[in-house]
Design a protein. Structure first.
Length: 202
């Protein structure tokens, strides 16, 4: 892959990843509420989910497999988003060591990230323009995957660090309001995804 093509890919995906969405909302919420441990695990979960979706999209590009299962997975994922948002708003916040298992941060971020299988369609449309046909498909695919992993990790952790820095200068009441707001954002995005998915099946 040429340097220009790869740089164009990195700049483009950085802008896409930095745009607010369910994963960034969850990252901010977790980071404000629970700190650096949640930040790292949340970031890993989000990156793993995105990597799987990209690999599936690349497999579809290369082999073409049936896509009729996507609306059903999308409905399941949107319901999960609603649950995450509800839990963020209405669950009582207590000490992380007593109420939150470490794996929950990773799993919530992972399922939030992978809960929109329609992202596979986006990757199907987006990725081909960055595949350099003068190289092998596997080589180009690896560059695309690792480029996304790097940008996704850096940007998601930056969101979390900014949230933690802001938390240290804010009152606990204001932090709770931010956490609740992020919960409502997640619920809104989940509701929109659910409506869109149901329309596809009707």
């Amino acid at each position: 892959m040429s340097n220009f093509l790869f740089l164009s890919y990195i700049l483009t995906i950085s802008a896409i990843i930095a745009s607010p969405g369910p994963s960034t909302a969850l990252m901010v919420s977790h980071s404000i509420s629970y700190g650096r441990r949640a930040l790292v695990l949340n970031s890993l979960g989000s990156v793993c989910a995105a990597t799987i979706l990209i690999l599936i999209a690349l497999l579809l590009i290369d082999k073409t497999i049936p896509k009729n299962f996507l609306p059903f997975l999308s409905i399941i994922g949107s319901v999960y988003l609603l649950y995450i948002g509800y839990k963020s708003i209405f669950s009582n916040k207590v000490d992380i060591k007593r109420n939150t298992e470490i794996n929950n941060f990773f799993s919530q971020a992972f399922f939030t990230g992978i809960s929109n299988p329609k992202d596979i369609i986006f990757f199907l449309i987006f990725l081909p323009q960055f595949i350099d046909h003068s190289f092998s498909f596997i080589y180009s695919a690896l560059l695309l995957v690792f480029g996304w992993i790097f940008c996704d990790t850096v940007i998601m952790m930056t969101y979390g660090l900014v949230a933690i820095r802001a938390r240290n200068s804010l009152s606990s009441g204001f932090i709770l309001k931010i956490t609740n707001m992020m919960g409502w954002i997640i619920i809104g995005l989940g509701s929109l995804l659910l409506i869109t998915s149901l329309r596809q099946l009707i």
